[in-house]
Design a protein. Structure first.
Length: 321
């Protein structure tokens, strides 16, 4: 039996671009991650992304890809392959990214919401293998979500369903990029964990090791909280409490087999996972409370591998030349 041709996977994040060649076993080859530098605008960033794609293909040395899969935060039109107005990429209006990638690499291309791609990757190759209902939340520049229901991707009527980052956890709270106040993203994204810490530092004289950090990021907050820093702990405890609240609500609605947390914020490991697990176990309605809560098995490559899974499916459908 012939081995399926590898595919190229591109992930467009607000902070970083990630590119790899993905094979049918779910492994990534020639993985590259580089800053998005979104201030340069879509033309420059896309040129950089495609250059990374060509370099990844050369590094993987597995031959030409059979298709290209692209993952990106929304809003987007997956069916048309167009980034309509991604919240994490200001100014990217109606960018036909799938057609551009197809032209750049000479093969069919497919676009999907990044968290939807991620849940597909975890369902096929990771922590959700073999389960019927799985939810995925990515905690990164923003907070995204995706779901598999009865073994199939749930995309919503217009392809943008699963925006778990915009579940409201604090009515009238912090302003979110979506324009509402109190969304989960406004508290649990890496961007907003750092912003809340900076606000506390500016608004109080409380001692904190974070005062010696030139540019506070979420990983600095989790590390300082783990070391017992009171200001960092206050930010981190609020983050895990609100995330646990949101996951509990989702568990009560979907009654999933597993909830998977991924994205850069989850590099904090048990610091994030344990309190969220405890909240779900203690406050979700039985029997939904039995849902497993775990970290993405595919780690930082989850969106790339998810985009690769989409491209592998597309390549199977494409006519053999």
């Amino acid at each position: 039996m012939a081995t399926q041709q590898p595919v190229l996977a591109l992930d467009i994040g607000g902070t970083k671009l990630a590119v790899a060649v993905v094979t049918a076993d779910g492994r990534s080859h020639g993985l590259l991650t580089e800053p998005t530098d979104k201030h340069r605008g879509p033309d420059a960033v896309i040129a950089h992304l495609f250059d990374m794609g060509h370099r990844s293909i050369a590094a993987a040395a597995l031959g030409a890809p059979g298709a290209v899969g692209i993952s990106c935060g929304g809003p987007l039109d997956a069916e048309a392959g167009v980034l309509t107005n991604p919240l994490h990429l200001p100014g990217w209006i109606d960018v036909p990214i799938a057609a551009m990638a197809s032209e750049a690499f000479g093969v069919p291309a497919v676009l999907e919401n990044d968290a939807t791609a991620a849940v597909l990757g975890e369902h096929r190759f990771g922590a959700a293998r073999g389960v019927g209902i799985a939810l995925y939340l990515t905690l990164s520049t923003g907070v995204g979500g995706g779901s598999v229901i009865d073994g199939r991707l749930h995309r919503g009527a217009a392809g943008n369903g699963g925006e778990f980052g915009h579940v409201m956890v604090r009515p009238g709270g912090r302003l979110c990029e979506c324009g509402r106040r109190g969304c989960l993203e406004a508290y649990a994204s890496g961007t907003n964990i750092a912003a809340r810490a900076k606000e506390l530092l500016a608004g109080s004289d409380q001692p904190s090791v974070l005062r010696d950090v030139p540019d506070v990021r979420a990983e600095h907050v989790s590390r300082a909280a783990s070391a017992g820093d009171p200001l960092a702990a206050a930010v981190w405890d609020e983050t895990t409490a609100l995330l646990g609240q949101a996951v509990t609500d989702l568990v009560n609605v979907f009654e999933p087999h597993v909830v998977i947390l991924g994205g850069g914020v989850t590099r904090s490991g048990a610091m994030l996972l344990d309190p969220v697990r405890d909240i779900v176990r203690d406050t979700a309605m039985p029997p939904a409370a039995r849902a497993g809560v775990t970290l993405a098995e595919l780690g930082d490559a989850v969106c790339v591998i998810g985009a690769g899974a989409l491209a592998l499916d597309l390549a199977k459908e494409a006519p053999v030349v």
